[in-house]
Design a protein around this ligand. Structure first.
Ligand SMILES: NC(=O)C1=CN([C@@H]2O[C@H](COP(=O)(O)OP(=O)(O)OC[C@H]3O[C@@H](n4cnc5c(N)ncnc54)[C@H](O)[C@@H]3O)[C@@H](O)[C@H]2O)C=CC1
Ligand SMILES: O=C([O-])CC(=O)C(=O)O
Length: 243
């Protein structure tokens, strides 16, 4: 376990049964010495800094802050390094589902349009660079409002802690430039709402998720943490469900 803020490791050790100080690392790259897989749940900067060096060691990386791959050079370096070392860069479904169906529909170009809509309580968007740069007064929003529309590549750096799911979806489907993202703030909403609308030669699909924010962090859906655990279990499961 590594966090640039050691207090967060203290909190995690306190709240996790059976995990002791030996789980604490001062250097995330040292995790490669003892781990088959490293889970990144930190932020874009962690992916930018550690993904390539970790993959170079042959260690798999399961990354939540996958919006970092909006940087095409980083995306390319990650794939190139993984091919060379034999390690895998894995993107869990995280706060999303339906990614498997989108991946299937994308085979042989059977996908024409993917739109990703996210609706969050205004507090869930606080601190996003886009909100600050455009002086969006989240506290003054009185009814559901579209605050952003653009591609997944544009959305990722504008909302680095909110819209990693859109990049996961785009990697499964049409790519970062052709996946449309719409972000709404809704003061009447208490859940994080994610909706995928896709159509193409394989048919039309719509998926909607109303998931509870994590009690400790309104930006993140609780299901993202649970789904990451499920992704880890999948690696050693004798019977694997889903793609
Ligand atoms: N792909 C998906 O479906 C989802 C992705 N996420 C992403 O997962 C990440 C983690 O989410 P939360 O746990 O809610 O965030 P958080 O903000 O509660 O915790 C992040 C932790 O990482 C640490 N950190 C940040 N940058 C670091 C770095 N460069 N090196 C070392 N430590 C660093 C911080 O000190 C903090 O303790 C975020 O990037 C979030 O946007 C969250 C939910 C869903
Ligand atoms: O947890 C969510 O609802 C989505 C999220 O934060 C992200 O994709 O970064």
């Amino acid at each position: 376990m590594y966090d640039r803020n050691p207090d967060r490791v203290d909190d995690a050790l306190r709240s996790t049964d059976g995990v002791d100080e030996t789980a604490r690392y001062d250097d995330p790259l040292a995790l490669a010495d003892t781990c088959d897989v490293v889970v990144e749940c930190a932020g874009h900067s962690a992916v930018e800094r550690y993904a390539v060096p970790l993959l170079e060691t042959g260690t798999d990386l399961l990354a939540l802050s996958v919006g970092a791959l909006a940087d095409a050079d980083l995306h390319e370096a990650i794939v190139r390094t993984a091919v060379a070392s034999g390690a895998r860069f894995e993107v869990p479904s995280g706060a999303l589902a339906g990614v498997d169906a989108i991946k299937g529909a994308a085979v042989h170009g059977q996908l024409d349009e993917v739109v990703f809509v996210t609706i969050k309580p205004p507090a869930g968007l606080a601190g996003a660079p886009y909100i600050e740069e455009h002086d969006v007064d989240l506290a003054a929003i009185e009814e559901k409002r579209l605050v952003f529309e653009g591609s997944a590549r544009e959305a990722a750096p504008a909302f680095p802690a909110n819209i990693n799911v859109a990049m996961a979806l785009s990697l499964a489907g049409l790519g970062a430039d052709d996946t449309v993202v719409k972000i709404f703030a809704d003061p009447d909403e208490t859940d994080n709402v994610h909706r995928i609308e896709a159509r193409g030669g394989a048919g039309s699909m719509a998926f909607a998720f109303h998931t509870h924010p994590h009690p400790a962090n309104p930006r993140t859906s609780y299901i993202a943490a649970l789904s990451t655990i499920a992704s880890l279990r999948r690696r050693t499961a004798p019977l694997v469900v889903g793609t």
